[in-house]
Structure formats: structure tokens, C-alpha cells
Write a protein that binds this ligand. Structure first.
Ligand SMILES: N[C@@H](CCC(=O)N[C@@H](CS)C(=O)NCC(=O)O)C(=O)O
Length: 197
């Protein structure tokens, strides 16, 4: 049994979507970051965390998705294959080029003390995001990042691109818009979304 800690309007959504794709049983504790509930499981106070079988606690959305994919043998290529190395290359690049660009931008706001915020970095981050997305669009051939097989990297990228759209980052690729539309039409995406409170 899996318990997902973290409200779904956060990186926890990636894990919820993954659990739905795997068709396994799970429950959620829709806690916010930096609450006692979360600190008890993760000393950093960050979400998401996943409790496995009532006592093992895992943190970091990508690490959790990788664990689930490997354990259930779905949404991943096997460890030690060239395909897996390419898949991991996508995963890490998405973290570098989208997740962290978006999170750095979020950190210009309420996440850090007011006197330390630097809102002027946003222009550079938008420029970087636009360039990174254009590069992905150029090589993307679909239907998934790895071709015919969907992997956890698709969940990660789709979540980041949606986050970017909400945060008003430039989204200048019809091809990638169509990709996000397809990904978010999936039954598993919809059932995870329906659990959002
Ligand atoms: N790399 C981590 C990042 C976790 C993270 O920063 N989560 C945000 C919510 S989406 C959070 O808890 N932020 C609080 C903080 O940065 O202190 C992951 O993918 O799970």
C-alpha cells in the first residue's frame, strides 16, 4: 500500500499520476510543505514523500517515480540498457532545463525572505525556458519522448510544461502543446486530477 504525502497541487501530482498509470492502490495525505505532518517524514519539510507499506519513507518526486517504475516494471526501460540511459538523460535534462528554471522563478516570490528576493532574474529564466523548449520541440518525434513507449520522463515533462503555462512562461510550440494535450487526455491523468482537493 502506498500513501502519498503532499497536496496534489505540487510536485506530488507527478507521483499521483504515476500511481494511477500503474493501477495500484494508494491513498493521499494532502499536506502542505513545511507542516508538522511533513517534517515528521522529511526533515526538509518538502513534498512529496511516499510512505511504502506503512513505514518506509521515500522523498523526491523523480526518485519516487523511478522506484515505482522499476518495482512495477512499467513506464521505464530496464536498468543497464542503452534505452534506460537515454531515458535517464531526458529525466535529468527536464529537471535541469524546466523544473529548476521554474522553481528558481518561484523562489523570487514567497518562498524566500522578502529582502533576499531578486525578481529581475525572471526575464533571463523566461529566455532560458523558451530556448530549452524550442530545443526539445526540434528533436521531438512522438508520440512520447522515447518514441512509442511512454516513460516516467513524459509525466515529468508534461507536469513541468503545465506548471510553466500556469506560471506564464512562454509556450511557443504547437507540437509540444499537442503533446501536452494528448498526455493530459489519458485516463490516469484524469483520475489523478479528480483527486485534487
Ligand atoms: N526535487 C524535489 C523538490 C521538492 C520540492 O521542492 N517541493 C516543493 C513543493 S512542489 C516544496 O516542498 N518546497 C518547499 C521548499 O522549497 O522549501 C522533488 O522533486 O520532490
Amino acid at each position: 500500500m502506498y500513501t502519498l504525502i503532499g497536496k496534489l497541487a505540487s510536485r506530488a501530482f507527478r507521483v499521483g499520476w504515476m500511481l494511477e498509470e500503474l493501477g495500484v492502490e494508494w491513498e493521499q495525505v494532502p499536506a502542505s510543505q513545511h507542516t508538522d505532518e511533513v517534517y515528521r517524514l522529511n526533515p526538509a519539510g518538502k513534498i512529496p514523500a511516499l510512505v511504502v507499506d506503512g513505514d518506509a519513507v521515500l522523498v523526491d518526486s523523480t526518485a519516487i517515480m523511478t522506484y515505482l517504475a522499476d518495482k512495477h516494471g512499467k513506464l521505464t526501460f530496464a536498468a543497464g540498457t542503452l534505452e534506460r540511459a537515454r531515458q535517464d538523460g531526458f529525466t535529468q535534462t527536464i529537471i535541469d532545463e524546466f523544473d529548476q528554471v521554474l522553481y528558481t522563478s518561484a523562489r523570487t516570490g514567497a518562498l524566500i525572505p522578502e529582502e533576499l528576493r531578486s525578481p529581475q532574474v525572471k526575464d533571463g529564466l523566461h529566455w532560458e525556458y523558451r530556448r530549452n523548449l524550442a530545443r526539445f520541440a526540434e528533436t521531438f518525434d512522438g508520440p512520447f519522448l522515447m518514441g512509442e513507449q511512454m516513460t516516467l520522463a513524459d509525466i515529468l515533462l508534461t507536469h513541468c510544461l503545465q506548471w510553466g503555462a500556469i506560471a506564464k512562461f512562454p509556450f511557443e510550440s504547437d507540437k509540444m502543446r499537442a503533446y501536452v494535450k494528448d498526455m493530459t487526455s489519458r485516463d490516469a491523468y484524469r483520475s489523478a486530477h479528480a483527486k485534487m482537493s
